[in-house]
Design a protein. Structure first.
Length: 679
């Protein structure tokens, strides 16, 4: 039997649709792998969609399964096919339009606009106008408001979260009231588990920080009622209760719910995720000042855990990468095992369409040459790396700044592979080929410290090959001083070669040798060699923002001060690694009148910020600053740190965090002090 979209499936899944979805995610036979489960679910959903074409919620569910199984491209091909079969259904047209987002966004907008008041077309239009070339806050709010008008009390997480992100405070307040009334009055259904989470998360968005305590108290009351009902009978329900307790600031209660999840549903995806999260909390990456033995023990645990996860879940890129990086950090005697692990990770990354900066293929090639194992794979890896730019298309997802960054990265890639090619030619004795290409490599354009680092390494390698060891040592030393510690392949290769040459030459002080072996630099070098970049084209806009303690901030609060501002979110792993160092920086300057250290939080879920700060023991100011950051540079990656001048110009920026950089605090302070002296 073929049916069309039910009226009550317009804003949220109807009870029959919910039952179909619940049946589809039921546990499979014992021993079923994750991939087998997705394959089974995809087959079942395809049959259901044949019977119920045009059902938005079945389509979205199958799309998510397709992406897990075969990647984005396959899911998009399927959406195009479904639209061809049923072009008149708004849900199919919406799914098809979203396949055009990025490659032909104007056409996507046109198709979505033809769907009238279909709520999920409005939802898609709001998303399109959230970032990239088509970012338009006014349009995003307009479509979110239209969605709220069409579905004012929908028990559907995606809709609630859309209004929470883009709707007006008044619209969000009305929706929160209407959703709460339904959740409290209606019998519990499966969809409520996500609706409660969205209600709790978004309730913080239309209240000032001074009233967050009242919101948390209401969440505690909700949980006291819900924990005795059906919500506590499923793994995702227990996870919702645990997360709600976290938002309420009740860490012991959250742990108790997570403990129940692990005990009652140990094989569920939710339990696996919690076990992995706990493992990471209990086994963090070693700190920059960790001893050699501490680092060895930590990375040995990480490698072992990654192997266990791979055995249970299969070879995902993230797990293979974690395994390879841990083995490389251990640097054990089985060098071939390390390189083979890197080759597996690079291969899976290519299969999944991912990329890294610097490319993983180059990192693995460096290790193969350093260890002199599987050297025949180096040309294969380098050719894969050089082909990466051809795989990436410029899309409307990216704004002009991101596109420019991508274009500059493409220009730098030949210089990035050049030192590795030279190392390969040296390892294989092909000096003629190296000399033929060396002059071209030296003429490659570069504007970055890393580019200059690579030129120094090229010249050092050639000098070493020609027997000019002193020249090579000087060039390696200069290269090391340019970029600082922590680049797994490039930096370590240059640092180790410099230390080896110093020993071979038979000269140099113990202090210099120790510096080379550890990667430490003098304070003067640290000030020059950090990853800071000049950003004189960004100015801080006027703003008003609250902080976790209920304080209020405006741009005038920073008048006459140099400000070091860290952009972060509680879910960001590198941000969490960076914050102990940022706290040290704050403590150094907290009583100064001319210099200020603050953090700009970009969490969508504002409820998690205060518990995170308390758990970490952090005292630096944490502003709720998502709108401020978007106003400066939409769609920025995090963490990043800005140093802002007294005239509120963002003058310096550092993207990412390098846990091996022991002079991070000093480099930030040196930049800020130099700005103060100049002003």
């Amino acid at each position: 039997m073929v049916t069309c979209l039910r009226a009550d499936d317009r804003c949220e899944a109807s009870a029959p649709t919910l039952q179909l979805l619940k049946n589809n995610i039921r546990p499979g036979p014992e021993g079923e792998t994750r991939r087998q489960r997705f394959t089974r679910q995809a087959g079942e959903m395809a049959k259901l969609i044949e019977q119920h074409p045009g059902n938005q919620f079945l389509l979205v569910h199958l799309d998510s399964i397709q992406r897990e199984l075969h990647g984005t491209a396959s899911a998009q091909e399927w959406a195009v096919s479904e639209h061809g079969r049923h072009p008149d259904f708004p849900a199919n047209a919406t799914a098809y339009a979203l396949t055009l987002w990025g490659s032909d966004t104007p056409r996507a907008i046109e198709i979505l606009g033809q769907q009238g008041e279909f709520p999920w077309a409005l939802h898609a239009l709001a998303r399109i106008h959230t970032f990239g070339k088509f970012k338009d806050a006014t349009k995003a709010r307009g479509y979110a408001e239209a969605f709220a008008k069409a579905c004012p009390a929908a028990i559907e997480r995606r809709g609630i979260d859309l209004v929470g992100e883009h709707g007006s405070p008044q619209t969000l307040a009305r929706m929160m009231t209407a959703v709460r009334e339904r959740l409290e009055k209606e019998p519990f259904v499966w969809a409520h588990r996500h609706a409660w989470e969205s209600l709790w998360m978004n309730s913080f968005k239309n209240r000032p920080p001074t009233e967050f305590g009242e919101v948390r108290q209401q969440i505690r009351k909700d949980i006291e009622i819900l924990e005795t009902g059906l919500l506590a009978n499923s793994p995702d329900g227990l996870r919702a209760l645990a997360r709600g307790s976290q938002r309420a600031g009740n860490a012991p209660k959250a742990k108790a719910f997570f403990d129940r999840l692990l005990g009652e549903h140990p094989s569920s995806d939710e339990a696996r995720a919690e076990r992995l999260d706990r493992w990471h909390r209990d086994n963090p990456d070693p700190k920059a000042d960790a001893s050699k033995d501490e680092r060895l023990a930590a990375f040995t645990r990480i490698a072992s855990n990654a192997e266990q996860e791979i055995a249970e879940k299969g070879e995902s890129f993230s797990l293979l990468l974690r395994h390879y990086q841990a083995l490389a950090a251990i640097d054990g005697p089985d060098k071939q095992r390390i390189v083979k692990s890197g080759l597996r990770a690079a291969s899976r990354m290519a299969e999944e369409g991912g990329f890294m900066v610097p490319p993983l293929q180059i990192q693995v090639a460096y290790l193969a040459l350093r260890y002199n194992v599987l050297v025949d794979q180096v040309p294969v890896l380098l050719k894969e790396a050089e082909a990466l730019p051809n795989r990436f298309q410029e899309t409307d997802y990216n704004d002009d700044e991101q596109l420019q960054h991508t274009r500059e990265g493409r220009k730098e890639l030949p210089l990035e592979t050049a030192p590795v090619w030279l190392g390969y030619y040296r390892a294989t004795g092909n000096k003629a080929e190296a000399l033929a290409k060396l002059s071209n490599w030296r003429e490659l354009p570069t504007k970055t410290l890393l580019g200059k680092f690579r030129r120094d390494v090229l010249d050092a390698q050639m000098a070493e090959w020609e027997g000019r060891k002193v020249d090579a040592l000087i060039l390696y030393r200069r290269a090391v001083a340019r970029v600082g510690a922590g680049r797994l392949s490039e930096f370590d290769n240059a640092r180790l070669r410099a230390a080896d040459l110093l020993t071979e030459i038979g000269g140099g002080s113990d202090r210099l040798l120790a510096e080379l072996e550890s990667g430490r630099r003098s304070p003067q070098e640290a000030a020059v060699a950090s990853a800071w970049q000049r950003k004189r084209d960004w100015k801080l806009p006027p703003f008003e923002a609250g902080d976790v303690k209920g304080g209020k901030w405006t741009r005038d609060s920073w008048n006459g001060k140099v400000v070091i501002a860290n952009v972060w979110a509680s879910w960001c792993g590198p941000c969490r690694m960076e914050h102990p160092e940022f706290e040290k920086l704050f403590q150094r300057v907290r009583n100064r009148q001319d210099l200020m250290v603050v953090s700009l939080n970009t969490d969508d879920d504002m409820s998690l910020v205060e518990p995170y700060m308390k758990e970490g023991g952090f005292s630096f100011p944490a502003l709720f600053a998502k709108d401020l950051v978007d106003g400066v540079a939409p769609s920025v990656s995090i963490p990043r740190t800005w140093i802002i001048s007294t005239d509120q110009q963002i003058e310096w920026e550092q993207i990412g965090f390098n846990p091996a950089d022991r002079e991070w605090v000093e480099s930030a302070l040196s930049k800020a002090e130099a700005m103060l002296k100049r002003q």
